[in-house]
Design a binder for this molecule. Structure first.
Ligand code: NAD
Ligand code: DAU
Length: 356
């Protein structure tokens, strides 16, 4: 199919939202290579038109597989969402993060470089490799520090952010040394449909509805900059279309929130949309638990480059995006129940038992 893109990690949270939005807004096909780890869920793509979307189970580090897919489908761009993405898991077991985020990204870059070198001159000029990364590579901010800009030095603090920083450096080097036409985006905390309930917002929604404690780490005053996932996906489409190769783009919600305020807001919305049977507030379930080791205190993104170059701004407010998100989880009990399998339960036991 003409104008095909290859997406990696497209069965995960952001990747699946991206593919659904892409199929709605753009032309052409999508080849989606996903290892289908615990975080990858083909159900997220149930509404993707099978005539335009092909899901292939595989590892981005499998050079033979990726090279075959590139040769067969001739994509005009590769978008790399595939990663191990959860900070707490990286603390419990960093090896998978080094394997996928560093080594497999390196192998992917090499497969893509070989493909790109064989393209006809016009196609080679038009080709793009877009790497989806995080604001966590910049480390932690003090209360009065300016937000992270594209020139903020890297200072990753967790095994997750260190592995993502390493992948960003590889992508940068493949541009600088080999001329691969790369784009990198560094985004703040996403929330929205299809997010695996190990992350703060969906974990709080599910625990609240099950009558379980809402575990807030430390004093609950850590700050994150929250962005609705659809806004992140729209920003990525824009960078892919108009971004300057070799550049990095910071994407954020201009929406700094303390964790405890986020949890209170989730509770207030649930009190309205799905009240507890005893008439009391979900807030009563909030419990402060042992902190995350090395917990970054504050993230904030300065997204002025996205705004000045592309006029991009988030379309959702936190109130509208959070309401949509809660409504989605409340109206998809099958998706939620399918997630709560043995792997999920084992993770919850491992991460939370020791915090109480
Ligand atoms: P996710 O954990 O929900 O999804 C990751 C996907 O990658 C899963 O489908 C998984 O099966 C797949 N995957 C893992 N290892 C793979 C491998 N070796 N080969 C192929 N597929 C593999 O993550 P997410 O939240 O959707 O994040 C997507 C990307 O965006 C990641 O690179 C992450 O670092 C970045 N990011 C996430 C956020 C956020 O708030 N979630 C914010 C900024 C950036
Ligand atoms: O900033 C972008 C990053 O945001 C992404 O790169 C990561 O992939 C994504 O997981 C996210 O990282 P965080 O560590 O910020 O997200 P998480 O949802 O795990 O936690 C958000 C905040 O909430 C953080 O300060 C820790 C806290 N927290 C989290 C959980 C899971 C709690 O207080 N209790 C919890 O149970």
């Amino acid at each position: 199919m003409a104008n095909t893109i290859l997406v990696t990690g497209g069965a995960g949270f952001i990747g699946s939202n991206f593919i659904l939005q892409w199929l709605e807004a753009e032309q052409g096909g999508v080849v989606n290579v996903d290892k289908l780890t615990y975080a990858g869920n083909p159900e997220n793509l149930r509404d993707a038109d099978p005539a335009r979307h092909l899901l292939v189970q595989g590892d981005i580090g499998d050079t033979d597989l990726v090279s075959c897919l590139l040769a067969e489908h001739r994509p005009v761009a590769v978008l790399n969402f595939a990663a191990e993405s959860h900070v707490d898991r990286s603390i419990h077991g960093p090896a998978d993060f080094i394997e996928t985020n560093v080594l497999s990204t390196f192998r992917l870059l090499e497969s893509v470089r070989a493909y790109w070198l064989e393209l006809e001159p016009e196609a080679r000029t038009a080709f793009r490799f877009l790497h989806v990364s995080t604001d966590e590579v910049f480390g932690s901010l003090g209360p009065e520090d300016p937000a992270f800009s594209e020139s903020t030095p890297y200072a990753p603090n967790s095994p997750y952010s260190a592995s993502k920083a390493a992948s960003d450096h590889l992508v940068r080097a493949w541009h600088h040394t080999y001329g691969l036409p790369v784009l990198t985006t560094n985004c703040s905390n996403n929330y929205g449909p299809f997010q695996f309930p190990e992350k703060l917002i969906p974990l709080m929604i599910l625990n609240a509805l099950e009558g379980r404690p809402l575990p807030v780490y430390g004093d609950g005053l850590n700050v994150r900059d929250w962005l609705y996932v659809g806004d992140h996906c729209a920003a990525i489409r824009r960078v892919l279309k108009d971004g300057r190769t070799g550049e990095t783009y910071n994407i954020g919600g201009c929406n700094e929130q303390k964790n405890i305020d986020v949890v209170n807001l989730v509770c207030a919305l649930l009190d309205e949309l799905s009240p507890r049977s005893d008439g009391r507030s979900y807030r009563e379930q909030i419990t402060f638990v042992k902190d995350r080791p090395g917990h970054d205190r504050r993230y904030a993104i300065d997204a002025r480059k996205m705004e000045s170059e592309f006029g991009w701004r988030p379309a959702e407010t936190f109130a509208s995006g959070l309401r949509k998100t809660l409504q989605w989880y409340l109206s998809h009990p099958d998706w939620v129940n399918n997630i709560k399998n043995g792997t999920y339960r084992e993770w919850v036991r491992q991460n939370y038992a020791e915090r109480n």
